[in-house]
Design a protein. Structure first.
Length: 257
């Protein structure tokens, strides 16, 4: 595992964007499959990737994407949906082919079948080369809330009150408007990717980072599953790393330097 500690989230986001661009470019215009998150954490990384694309440093012409999750009951036209989020904040600004974009359908008539088909689509695409993700305050990745099986696949996930509270900022602060369920890739779906790249910014993510890195693997902190991944990278700012032991941060800073 690598832990990249940058002074600010801006510096960390630039590092992550350049890392992703380099990975795509290393495939020399061959198909590259990229897993993507939503939320406020990846926005700076998306902005940097847009800049790199517009400057000609990276192209998404041969990139296929699979998003982590989508709310149940929101159409792709709803401004709070992750379909809308991704197009508004990323896809509309890069040279990706629309047919290469995959996002779970929260309006599907059969949600379980939608989840099964999503796993099949990932497999048919040859698996995910790099899965970018964030982490919740309670240590969840995607919508895999605490105590979700670490072997889980794409599934329907009830959301905790804490997640609903945090995400209400996207619904004008009204928790009653936040959906109570989501479709999400599973922990194992993420772990099956060739590389996992996790972003963690701010003091509110420090507790999750501490438990996931310095304590044992546990379904209470689903991010802790990255300890088992052969090629995991966590990129954080100093605030998110503030609860880590000095020996831990010194080790990773020494390795990177």
């Amino acid at each position: 595992m690598r832990l990249i500690i940058k002074k600010t989230s801006d510096e960390a986001s630039k590092w992550a964007a350049n890392h992703i661009a380099q990975k795509i470019n290393s495939f020399n215009n061959k198909p590259f499959t990229l897993g993507l998150p939503t939320g406020s954490t990846p926005l700076q990384t998306y902005d940097e990737l847009i800049k790199l694309n517009k400057k000609g440093f990276v192209s998404f012409q041969n990139v296929t994407t699979f998003n982590m999750d989508e709310y149940v009951g929101l159409s792709d036209k709803c401004e709070q949906s992750y379909h809308y989020f991704m197009y508004h904040n990323f896809f509309d600004h890069i040279d990706i082919k629309k047919q290469n974009i995959h996002i779970l359908n929260g309006m599907a008539e059969n949600l379980e079948k939608e989840c099964e088909n999503y796993e099949k689509a990932i497999k048919d695409a040859g698996g995910i080369r790099l899965f970018l993700g964030g982490v919740g305050e309670d240590g969840h990745i995607a919508f895999n809330e605490p105590f979700t099986s670490l072997k889980s696949r794409t599934h329907v996930q009830p959301l905790t009150q804490d997640t609903i509270r945090v995400n209400s900022r996207f619904f004008s602060g009204d928790q009653s408007k936040v959906p109570t369920k989501a479709l999400t890739v599973g922990v194992q779906t993420v772990m099956d990717s060739d590389e996992v790249l996790i972003l963690a910014f701010g003091k509110n993510k420090a507790k999750a980072l501490y438990h996931s890195l310095e304590e044992g693997i546990s379904h209470k902190w689903t991010l802790s599953a990255v300890q088992m991944h052969e090629n995991a990278v966590i990129v954080c700012d100093e605030d998110a790393a503030s609860l880590l032991n000095k020996e831990t941060t010194d080790y990773f800073l020494d390795i990177e330097n």
